[in-house]
Design a protein around this ligand. Sequence first.
Ligand SMILES: Cc1ncc(COP(=O)(O)O)c(C=O)c1O
Length: 455
Amino acid sequence: MAKKVFLTEDEIPRQWYNIQADMPTPLLPPLHPGTGQPVTPDLLTPIFPMSLIEQEVSQERWIDIPDEVMDAYTIWRPSPLYRAERFEKLLDAPVKIYFKNEGVSPAGSHKPNTAVPQAYYNKMAGVKRIATETGAGQWGSALAFAGKLFGIQIKVYMVKVSYEQKPYRRLMMMTWGADCVASPTNTTEAGRRILALDPNSPGSLGIAISEAVEDASGREDTNYSLGSVLNHVMLHQTVIGLEALKQMNKIGEYPDVVVGCAGGGSNFAGLAFPFIRDKIAGKKMQVIAAEPTSCPTMTRGPFAYDFGDTDKRTPLLAMHTLGHDFVPASIHAGGLRYHGMAPLVSQLVLDGLIEPRAYHNLDTFKAGVMWAQTEGFIPAPETNHAIAAVMEVARQAKEEGKEKTILFNWSGHGLVDLAAYDAYLGGKLTDHILPQEDIDRALAAIAAHPVPPKR
Ligand SMILES: Cc1ncc(COP(=O)(O)O)c(C=O)c1O
């Protein structure tokens, strides 16, 4: 069989898939942090364009992709579907492994799939500048690229530990004309508050989100943009899974197991949601979301109402969370260091449609190096979590003597993350097993929030 399955440009889906139309349990509404009542659009219009707010709450199953976005998508889409035969051979298990290579985008990950439409809708709304946060730098660089396409100035608050570990991501952002600073900064109230408590704070996505939201709320010309977690981000990413369905169909395949790594949930959702649609309709399949043991949001965090950011500026979202002031260990998979999880993914976990699993830092790098030494491409540290999950599925298939077809999202390449590989190969990385006291301490911070009703 061929190594790769391609689609032509006119086979790129022309609509995104909105899983809200098919979910067995509808989402709980985001709540206003002050009143505890469901948020109304007027709370969000200072920082988001109305078109994205509409997508956030839409119940329509299919949402048209604008022509300008389709045009930009053709820079790297459709992305190829690969069969990982060399890796299969190494694992020596009765599995076929397919992966969707989202590392082919200009920024090197799935993030431009939503950066482009977000920049486009902001442009249409007359916005001149967007403030955002970034963990590993993948999202910041994707939005820098998309901002340049649509003539929008981008300001990125980059989590300090990643800013220091990944200077080349900052340079990518600068090359695309964006401004990137290490968060926490002393230019926002939120940043100053954190620095007063801990001048050496490594930062976190929760803190960087607070800074970017504060920046956007304080300026008329500026909106805010989030690279994961929100419903419209999951929506835009479904272009991945919709392409993958067509590609699998072309070769007469359908996965028994779909896998993705999950930080805020977007690349996982992007690949998995179109398949979960079939699962809701009765198809038998396993869907696995892989997270780090050092930030075990779905496997150890409760489903609760919590803020999306550390400084309590966002609405309360019903999601799996480790508490908004939880600061994860400084692992290199910066994109997975987030205290919460997309409400859509969280609800589907509760409904038993998604199985979360957590992986140790060293196991994920071991998986990534095995991958690089067989398939060639060097994965992003986040992606290594998905590969570790694929290996576990393969091991189980071997033990059970069952044949399995696995499809996973190769969410990005690791060429700008080689410092992480340097640390791993030099024996400097360790596992981070989170003590229960740390989780309990962080969860105490959300004890006063409304409790999601049992349904
Ligand atoms: C390559 C890569 N994979 C995965 C993630 C995790 O984010 P999400 O769960 O939103 O896909 C990131 C985030 O930065 C990333 O850069």
